[in-house]
Design a binder for this molecule. Structure first.
Ligand code: SF4
Length: 221
């Protein structure tokens, strides 16, 4: 059973899959504690806020209500809602608190591609075909280390930046884990002008890529 905060269809706005119609499956639960987290409603799994899967997909605003569902129930819900996207982004919260193999395998059998977005602080359990986005959360309040195994499994690294120290932390992580990532995206935190300038300048210097959270600029989820 997976704990689900919300399910919705939109356009992926970040990193390599930017622009791809996607179904977002947001799981509940995260102990990592990033100060600037924009999905704090997913942190706690409070039994008081448990609801049915039907109610979860009808949510119109961020909230800490969550539901439990099996992979089969999740797939049935995609069909019931009439979603047309064939790419599924599993995010959170921290989705790797769950074994994601069963849901990803079922989705692949049904013709979907899958992607996960993780902080890299939990072991990644997904099939080989799943696209793995690691957004390494370094030195956050929860005290979790970014795992070398997560960095090695990543198909892309997506790193939020606002200050030079965020770039330096990322470079140190590459050194410590011995990982030479295939794709590195820098993402300015909260669309701040100074963060955007830092990200652009650093991408130009290092031949990394810029990810600007397109959905926030065009006003969609
Ligand atoms: S890992 Fe993600 S969900 Fe968890 S606190 Fe950090 S930004 Fe928020």
């Amino acid at each position: 059973m997976y704990k689900i905060n919300e399910i919705f269809e939109t356009i992926q706005g970040e990193a390599s899959y930017t622009g791809v119609p996607s179904i977002f499956l947001r799981l509940q639960g995260c102990p990592v504690g990033c100060a600037w987290c924009d999905t704090k409603q997913t942190w706690d799994i409070n039994p008081t806020y448990r609801i049915s899967l039907d109610k979860t997909v009808e949510k119109k605003a961020d909230s800490q209500w969550w539901a439990e569902a099996t992979p089969e129930q999740i797939l049935a819900m995609f069909k019931q809602r009439g979603y047309l996207a064939k790419h599924v982004v599993i995010t959170g919260g921290e989705p790797c608190m769950f074994d994601l193999v069963p849901v990803c395998e079922l989705l692949h059998e049904a013709g979907y591609s899958t992607q996960i977005e993780t902080s890299g602080t939990f072991e990644i359990k997904v099939p080989e075909q799943t696209w793995v986005t690691v957004s390494p959360k370094i030195n956050m309040r929860g005290g979790y280390d970014v795992l070398a195994s997560a960095m090695q499994r990543a198909d892309e690294i997506k790193h939020p930046v606002a200050m030079q120290k965020h770039v330096e932390e990322l470079e140190l992580l590459f050194e410590q884990t011995g990982v030479k990532p295939k794709l590195v995206y820098l993402q300015p935190i909260s669309q701040k002008t100074s963060a955007t300038k830092l990200a652009i300048d650093t991408c130009m210097k290092k031949n990394w890529r810029l990810s600007v959270q397109v959905h926030k600029y065009i006003g969609i989820n």
